[in-house]
Design a protein around this ligand. Structure first.
Ligand SMILES: [Zn+2]
Length: 288
């Protein structure tokens, strides 16, 4: 039975008006989802025998991520990469290069399976296998999580809490960080996503999911408008980029020019997910 009773989808209280660090008035959270080949394998196991479909994801380690790291270095921006456990096992050197530049690697499932349709054993396996991989291959413990396929469930939120995941960056319902309220009590901090920054919608087309591609002027106009108004509202702009999309030659210019635009202001705090979470928790502790 589905519960269709009239109640808000999210029972968390309003996002607190905590000040941003360093007297900044708004924030940018540059974040990438490294799905690699696992997004294609997780969507359809038959893709294991489809080398060209999988090569969309293979572009990330071969070209997309190194080129994105160059752009971030040039802009002196630190970002968060939500990487699947499968991608860490398959591309350990690439992940080491991400960490070496001071970026954060966070949890994005193991095989990029949908949390809303998985049974309980699969949910637990996706969660724990990825944590084990991050510890074994990279020696890190993830502070944050982004839901594969942009979907999650009550069970998954409780699982994040039980595994000590401190933040989620998946929900679309705010412009400031807030703390989740779960059936079991307080949950992780949420750094909500702006879905206009999901590059997959504008720039990736495949024969099984064909869609129109959008050019630089169109995407940059959307990104600037969303960012500028969020800045005026004092919120955080959270990005959802994929190296198999934004790492393509034409699309990397959109990121480059967007970072130029953001860095033209001097009141924007740019942080990694773990930095947002440290700051939120410090403000929470000071307020209590
Ligand atoms: Zn993903």
């Amino acid at each position: 039975m589905r519960d269709l009773s009239p109640k808000p989808a999210n029972t968390a209280g309003p996002a607190p008006e905590f000040p941003w660090p360093e007297a900044k008035t708004c924030a940018l959270f540059p974040a990438f989802d490294v799905d690699a080949e696992s997004v294609w394998l997780g969507a359809d196991p038959q893709n294991a025998r489809r080398l060209i479909t999988r090569s969309y994801g293979g572009y990330e380690a071969r070209v997309g991520i190194p080129k994105i790291l160059e752009v971030l270095r040039r802009h002196e921006v630190k970002a968060t990469f939500f990487v699947t456990g499968w991608a860490i096992d398959a591309h350990p050197r690439t992940c080491e290069a991400i960490l070496k530049d001071g970026h954060e690697i966070a949890h994005h499932g193991y095989l990029h399976l949908r949390p809303d349709t998985a049974d309980e054993a699969t949910l637990v396996d996706e969660m724990d296998r990825a944590i084990e991989t991050m510890q074994r291959v990279l020696g890190i413990t993830p502070a944050g999580y982004r839901a594969p396929w942009g979907e999650t469930s009550d069970e998954q939120m409780e699982l994040l809490k039980s595994r000590g995941i401190r933040y989620s960056s998946s929900f679309r319902d705010d412009i400031r960080p807030y703390r989740h309220e779960l059936a079991s009590g307080k949950g992780p901090v949420e750094i909500p996503v702006n879905y206009s920054f999901d590059d997959w919608s504008y720039g990736l087309t495949h024969r099984t999911s064909p869609r129109a591609m959008f050019g630089r002027e169109e995407v940059l106009a959307i990104w600037k408008d969303e960012f500028d108004q969020t800045r005026e509202w004092g919120g955080v702009t959270t990005m959802v980029m994929h190296p198999q999309v934004t790492g393509r030659p034409m699309r990397i210019r959109i990121l480059d020019q967007f970072l130029d635009h953001v860095r033209g202001y001097d009141d924007v705090w740019i942080g990694r997910g773990v930095d947002f979470t440290d700051h939120f928790e410090a403000c929470e502790a000071a307020a209590s």
